[in-house]
Design a protein around this ligand. Structure first.
Ligand code: GDP
Ligand code: MG
Length: 597
């Protein structure tokens, strides 16, 4: 295909504004997929994505479209993830295309992720076509949304297209705008090969599949290639495009997007953003802006049943093959035994991996408190990265500690603003900006990441009845008065419950933690002290009183089936407990005890 007849684009939107539905309609109306194969959310293939209605991995599809000018065009759509955890995936897939459709739900308006994603598109120098979706709904207000797009984002909304991805209205106009408004890609077929590694994943039949965008040169089947970052060399086995099923072709030229396979062993061997060139007569200058995705949230994953440790190792190994941004190493906890310390891009990423282990591998897990990476500066002048509060060195050897900070953007209707400010303030936030867009406020806060990773998003949703939207980016590290708080149950420290906290908030957090644990730990035959401590100093304490009767006592010895049922229940409950010294702690305690409400 000549460059002038190719259009590469992505769709940016806040979650639920209709990105996947619009993609479905574009695919369907161009007969890219036979009617009988059409199913909803065609691009969201993973089960977990479908269930949660989010797109995790970038997906892509090639659409043939004959425009009103009578010419045949090739439209390549890269679908990007819509969640903050995957901002890096968004940014690199943006660099593989020249334009974006900005989808805004016309019953809702601009939201925090609309902003975050559209700024990524602007950064990537995209031409942007606004698409106002859900016009079939009575609450649709196109003028208001157009005003918002101009005021808040600062892009021209006069060419916006009114669409119902549900009914199909405006779909042809959207396809025409892609052809007429978005620029054709540039590139030189005679220059040395320069291709961007946009994404990679493991396919059970083909092995590692690599999504590429050709910038210059031509990539052919059988070519010897090298990855410029890793230096790895491969022979290309297969080249193809997605329609959206895989279809083999012989070559990809400038401006084209497709996949290759090359006997690559594991996804970890590929670096997203890397430049692929020919082994011989290749380019010397890689594409700019490469950076590997870094995990920012860490937690321990332990099997509830310690006999399942090897199964867990196996599950983690398999998942890691397909996810280079997920890191892990073995961990031993005095409380929980053998497990893994795992690093994730964010909390959603953590949940997705944890769910997959539980569901696909059928292993029950104990997840320890999520933690960020602290920079600990020791008095001897050295610095360590602390991923796990349990590894905190003796405080007397520590000079100071720095924590990661984020810049958070929150959009919220006026009436909830007070609650949002209070929440941010409670989480040690520093207000940076407060502006209004219509009846909604946009607040920008500098917040410690560790106050956000746990339940900030849930709290935000609950205090605003779901009306707030939230997005963040990492800003860097700053010193603060941070200490390690330990928790002792029946005088025994439970390492998996220790956490880093700000000194000024330690008492409050300690008290809350002890109270929660008192609720969560069942009573035993003896009395159990529950304490929070900093160093050797106890800062909070609760006592769980002793239990005298066993559960079957109230059955009057009569009803045998009821007695049996109760004992079974007790047994099932026990299974989810871990023993610490003489005390059984239910697994849910490890997460619930940390919630701050
Ligand atoms: P995404 O999160 O941006 O991918 O959004 P989805 O495409 O999953 O859409 C979110 C919800 O909005 C789904 O329930 C869709 O059926 C619905 N939806 C999408 N487009 C329209 C539309 O034009 N009209 C109406 N009424 N509903 C829509
Ligand atoms: Mg979607």
């Amino acid at each position: 295909t000549p460059l002038s007849h190719i259009r590469n684009f992505s769709i940016v939107a806040h979650i639920d504004h209709g990105k996947s539905t619009l993609a479905d309609r574009l695919i369907q109306s161009t007969n890219t997929v036979a009617e009988r194969d059409m199913k909803e959310q065609l691009l969201d293939s993973m089960d977990i994505e479908r269930e949660r209605g989010i797109t995790i991995k970038a997906n892509t599809v090639r659409i043939d479209y004959t425009a009103k000018d009578g010419q045949a065009y090739v439209l390549n759509l890269i679908d990007t993830p819509g969640h903050v955890d995957f901002a890096y995936e968004v940014s690199r897939s943006m660099r593989a295309v020249e334009g974006s459709l900005l989808v805004v739900d016309s019953t809702q308006g601009v939201e925090a992720q609309t902003l975050a994603n559209v700024y990524q598109a602007i950064d990537a120098d995209h031409e942007i076509v606004p698409v106002f979706n859900k016009i079939d709904l009575p609450a649709s207000d196109i003028d208001r949304v157009a005003e918002q797009v101009e005021d808040v984002i600062g892009i021209d909304a006069s060419g916006a297209i009114a669409v119902s991805a549900k009914t199909g209205e405006g779909i042809v106009e959207t396809l025409e705008a892609i052809v007429t408004e978005l620029p054709a890609p540039k590139g030189d077929p005679d220059a040395p090969l320069k291709a961007m590694l946009v994404d990679s994943w493991y396919d059970p039949y083909l092995g590692v599949v690599v999504l590429v965008r050709i910038m210059d040169g031509v990539l052919r089947k059988g070519d010897q290639i090298k990855m410029m970052q890793t230096g790895a060399r491969y022979g290309v086995d297969r080249i193809g495009v997605f329609r959206p099923q895989m279809q083999n072709i012989d070559a990809l030229g400038p401006g084209e997007i497709g996949f290759i396979t090359a006997s690559i062993k594991q996804v970890r061997d590929t670096r997203v953003g890397d430049t692929i060139t020919h082994e011989k007569k290749g380019t010397d200058t890689p594409l700019p802006g490469f950076k590997p995705a870094q995990p920012v949230v860490f937690c321990g994953l332990f099997p509830v049943d310690s006999a399942e440790f090897e199964d867990l190792r196996d599950a983690i190994d398999k998942l890691a093959l397909n996810d280079a941004s997920f890191s892990f190493e073995m961990e031993t906890s005095a409380a929980l035994g053998f497990g893994f310390r795992c690093g994730f891009l964010g909390l959603l990423h953590l949940e997705v991996i944890r769910d997959r282990i539980e569901r696909e591998y059928d292993i029950e897990l104990i997840t320890t408190a999520p933690s960020v990476i602290y920079h600990v500066y020791l008095k001897d002048g050295t610095q360590m990265d602390l991923h796990n509060p349990a590894d905190m060195p003796d405080p007397s050897t520590v000079d100071h500690i720095e924590e990661p900070r984020i810049k958070a953007t929150i959009l919220v209707p006026d009436e909830y603003l007070g609650d949002v400010l209070k929440l941010c303030q409670d989480r040690r936030g520093i207000q940076l900006d407060l502006t209004y867009a219509g009846s909604r406020a946009m607040v920008v806060y500098d917040l410690p990441l560790n106050e956000v990773v746990f339940d900030f998003y849930d709290r935000l949703k609950s205090v605003t009845k779901g009306y707030a939207s939230f997005d963040y980016q990492l800003e860097g590290y700053r010193e603060d008065n941070l200490v390690k708080m330990s928790v002792l149950v029946n005088e025994e420290p439970v390492d998996a419950l220790s956490m880093m906290v700000h000194r000024d908030r330690a008492e409050m957090r300690g008290r809350a933690m002890c109270e929660k644990l008192k609720e969560l730990i069942p009573r035993h035959m003896f009395k159990i002290p529950i304490q929070a401590a900093i160093g050797g100093k106890v800062i909070a304490r609760e006592t769980l009183s002793a239990l005298r009767k066993d559960v079957t006592a109230k059955c009057y010895g009569g009803d045998a089936t009821r007695k049996k049922k109760l004992l079974e229940k007790q047994k099932a409950g026990k299974k989810k407990m871990r023993q610490f010294g003489k005390v059984d702690i239910p697994q849910e305690a490890f997460i619930s005890a940390l919630k701050m409400d």
